[in-house]
Design a protein around this ligand. Structure first.
Ligand SMILES: Cc1ncc(COP(=O)(O)O)c(C=O)c1O
Length: 388
């Protein structure tokens, strides 16, 4: 089946009893046992079944299964947020005294967790540019339990060669986890390139409508069972209604992503030729250093663009304050176009030195291109740029 058809039908069937095409929302905290022995057997995992929604729930399981299918893998665990999903996979793979490697250009919340929270648990983190394969090889120690990367990376759209990273990780028997939030499985499937775990903030393109927070990890059955065992004790589960909203949002993922890509390409090309713009970061531009790798591992370049305005941070502020159609807000992957300033917003957890190391300049702005008409977006950007 093509990915477009899998997105619509994958893992989903009409309800056996009623024929309902849309999945039921099992909005319940608990599930009744047939008798005391049945309850005990479920708790001992001698029999499968539902106990309590923090442990599992049919609507949430359907979503986890569907995402696993879309990412070409076996199983998944859904969480209250993307960050909860990332925290869970880290503590599933690494314990006190052990070590992980992370790319240095990642979402600012993930960076803060790796920089400030994991060391408190005794988990060491080495930040490197995972696009540099020799640096990756050199950073691995006998204590390394996970390699974490994000591609395209938030916010600079840096591209990491997933297959090349996976090869190094396989040689050392270390799992590779890829945050695939920016691309979605419609544009990129890291498991097919050798990754072991994929993580998503479902808050973004999966939901697509900016109305929920959620996260998911997917991977092999055994690893996901271990992740679930920890997840149920940490308690960061999502709600059946949110899972249902993501299931509904997912149905239109392919058409939304096609439009996001098409509009973003046009806007990136327009900005690249603008005299008030110093640099455009978009993997669909041949000038982007990761363009060739992106072409190899993605079927489209996505809906995220970064650019440096002439005049630095102050000019960036004027631009953002002058926009009428684009909304000044964090998050991404929504129907609405959103614009933000990473250095003072999503990546304010980075110090100036870290920002510079990752190439995030003071005047760098990030746009999540929405589904408005491209001409209206260009016109809005034009009138705001004319204020600089
Ligand atoms: C690439 C990426 N990963 C993870 C997250 C965290 O997701 P959430 O906000 O759902 O916790 C974000 C949030 O912006 C993100 O951009």
């Amino acid at each position: 089946m093509h990915i477009e058809s899998k997105i619509v039908h994958g893992g989903q069937h009409p309800d056996k009893v009623t024929g309902a095409l849309a999945p039921p929302i099992y909005q319940t905290s608990t599930f009744a046992f047939h008798d005391a022995d049945h309850g005990a057997r479920l708790f001992k995992q001698e029999e499968s079944g539902y106990i309590y929604t923090r442990l599992s729930n049919p609507t949430i399981d359907l979503l986890a299964q569907k995402i696993a299918l879309l990412e070409s893998t076996e199983a998944g665990v859904v969480f209250a947020s993307g960050l909860a999903a990332i925290f869970n996979i880290i503590v599933t793979c690494a314990a006190t005294g052990e070590h992980i490697i992370s790319d240095d250009t990642i979402y600012g919340g993930t960076f803060a967790m790796f920089k400030s929270v994991l060391p408190r648990l005794g988990i060491d983190v080495t930040f490197i540019n995972t696009a540099d394969i020799s640096r990756l090889q050199a950073a691995i120690t006998p204590k390394t339990k996970l390699v974490f990367t994000e591609t395209p990376a938030n916010p600079t759209l840096k591209i990491v060669d997933i297959a090349a990273c996976a090869k190094v990780c396989k040689e050392k028997n270390i799992p590779l986890c890829v945050d695939n939030t920016f691309a979605t499985p419609y544009l990129q499937r890291p498991m097919e390139l050798g990754a072991d775990i994929v993580v998503h903030s479902m808050t973004k393109y999966f939901s697509g409508h900016g109305d929920i927070i959620g996260g998911v990890i997917v991977g092999g059955k055994e690893l996901m069972h271990r992740a679930w065992d920890i997840a149920k004790e940490i308690g960061g589960c999502n709600s059946p209604f949110n899972a249902w909203l993501v299931l509904r949002g997912l149905k239109t993922l392919a058409v939304r992503m096609d439009r996001h890509c098409e509009t973003a390409q046009k806007i990136a090309e327009h900005l690249a030729g603008h005299k008030k713009v110093e640099h455009v970061y978009y993997p669909g531009l041949p000038s982007h250093p990761g363009h060739d790798i992106a072409k190899k591992q993605m079927s489209g370049f996505g809906g995220m663009i970064g650019f440096d305005v002439t005049g630095g941070k102050e000019a960036g502020k004027v631009l953002m304050n002058s926009l009428r159609l684009c909304t000044l807000a964090v998050s991404l992957g929504d129907v609405d176009t959103l614009i933000e300033h990473p250095a003072s917003m999503t990546h304010s957890t980075y110090c100036d030195g870290d920002l510079e190391k990752c190439g995030i300049k003071p005047g760098f702005v990030r746009i999540s291109v929405g589904l408005e008409h491209v001409d209206d977006l260009v016109e809005d950007l034009e009138q705001a740029l004319s204020k600089l």
